[in-house]
Each structure stands twice: as C-alpha cells, then as structure tokens.
Design a protein around this ligand. Sequence first.
Ligand SMILES: CC(C)(COP(=O)(O)OP(=O)(O)OC[C@H]1O[C@@H](n2cnc3c(N)ncnc32)[C@H](O)[C@@H]1OP(=O)(O)O)[C@@H](O)C(=O)NCCC(=O)NCCS
Length: 208
Amino acid sequence: MLLDQFSPLAADGNTPALTFAALKGGAPIALDDHAYLRALTVEDVGDSYVNGMNDPEVHRFMTSVRQNRQTWQSVADYVAANMESEADILFGIFVHNQLRGTVRLHAIEWARGSAHVGISLFDKSIWNQGWGRRALAVLSDVAIGALGLMRLMAGIYRNNTSSRRTFLAAGFVHEPASDSSDSYDVCEIYVLTANNSAVLTTGRNEIV
Ligand SMILES: CC(C)(COP(=O)(O)OP(=O)(O)OC[C@H]1O[C@@H](n2cnc3c(N)ncnc32)[C@H](O)[C@@H]1OP(=O)(O)O)[C@@H](O)C(=O)NCCC(=O)NCCS
C-alpha cells in the first residue's frame, strides 16, 4: 500500500484516526529493501534495547534516560505508554529484521498540526551509515504526507554534533529564535514544516 492511499487529515480537522490507527496497529514503513519502521510493542523489548539505553555513549544527550538505570520493566512501561497514547507513536528502526533503535513522533497536537521528533539508535554498530537520516526523512514524510501534520520540531543539545547533522541531513533547519538553555547545555530547536519539506517525492515510502 502506498502512503498516498492513506486518507489525509479528516475533514473536520481532527485526528486522522484511520491513518494513525494503521500505524499504531503495526503497519511497517519501508526505509529500503532491508529496513523498515514499525510501531513498537512490549514484545519487542529485549536485552539489546535495554542494554543499549544504558550505554553512556547512547544516552549521553538523552536527559531522562541517563538519569535512571533502565530495566526491562522501565523500557516496557515506556513502550506501553507510547502505544496507549493518542499523542505519541514510538517506531522501532528494524534493519535486517533486528531492532536497532527508535524514532518517535511525540507531543502531537492534532489541532495545531505540530509534533516533536526524537531518535535513538541504540545499536552503535550501525551509526554513521545513514540510518538516522533515512529514518528521520521517512518519518517526516509519514507525519506530513500521511498524518497531515504541518510542523515537526526537535530539541537537540548544541554539542550533540551527530544529531544536529543528522536532522539537517533529513531536511530540518535550525530555528535559533526557539533555542533555550538548561543546566546541561543550550538546547537548539530544529524544525521541518510542510512548506519546506519535499514530501512523497520518490515513492520510497511504500508501506511494505
Ligand atoms: C544521532 C544519531 C541518531 C545519528 O544517527 P546515524 O545513523 O549515525 O547518522 P547518519 O549516519 O544518518 O548521519 C547523518 C549525518 O550526520 C553526520 N554524522 C553522523 N555521525 C556523526 C558524528 N559522530 N560526528 C559528526 N557528524 C556525524 C553524517 O556525516 C551525516 O551528515 P552528512 O549527511 O552531512 O554527511 C545516532 O548517533 C544516535 O542514535 N545517537 C545516540 C542518541 C542521540 O543522541 N539521539 C539524538 C538525541 S537529540
């Protein structure tokens, strides 16, 4: 099924329930021939996910994760909470059929057409191979092209060079006026809007 077969934002401007439900229900979205995104369920939580979240190199810039040691239960609770939420969807990034990381659309405000995006590849063996950029680009196409969202935002610590470059490579642009600071560092805001994205241009988002 192709993404453009999904119904756009409902006529009343409210939640496009069918599309969101299909993704929540586990419809996989191709990244390429060997990789896809799929909404995570508790059954997907295993040692590599839990151990990866406890890796200091992985969680260095993930405030809430690094503050609490992760266990199977804490990760499963997080996955379940995302699954139940109408404002969040947590996708697994599966490469060669193995779960390697997550990309999340969260704090979705359907009425405003906005959402936040976060990404974590907990399998460091696939860093720097373009998977982060691909996952963000495809998720953005889904969020804008299928779910009808207009504005995606990501907060990235200024010294997280790999993340900043990855969001830029996926088409996000820095919006300095929205930056803020906390005790850790400056948090820069990167945005992608329906106007500056190139949605559904290549057909690469075929749902497998
Ligand atoms: C940030 C993260 C998602 C990047 O994913 P990735 O798959 O390794 O990134 P990609 O291979 O798609 O690279 C995308 C861009 O970032 C650049 N990049 C990747 N790693 C980099 C690094 N360590 N230093 C500098 N640039 C880097 C790439 O060169 C590429 O830029 P280019 O297109 O200009 O060449 C991954 O490292 C990660 O999950 N880190 C831990 C969790 C985290 O920090 N998440 C983000 C929180 S905001």
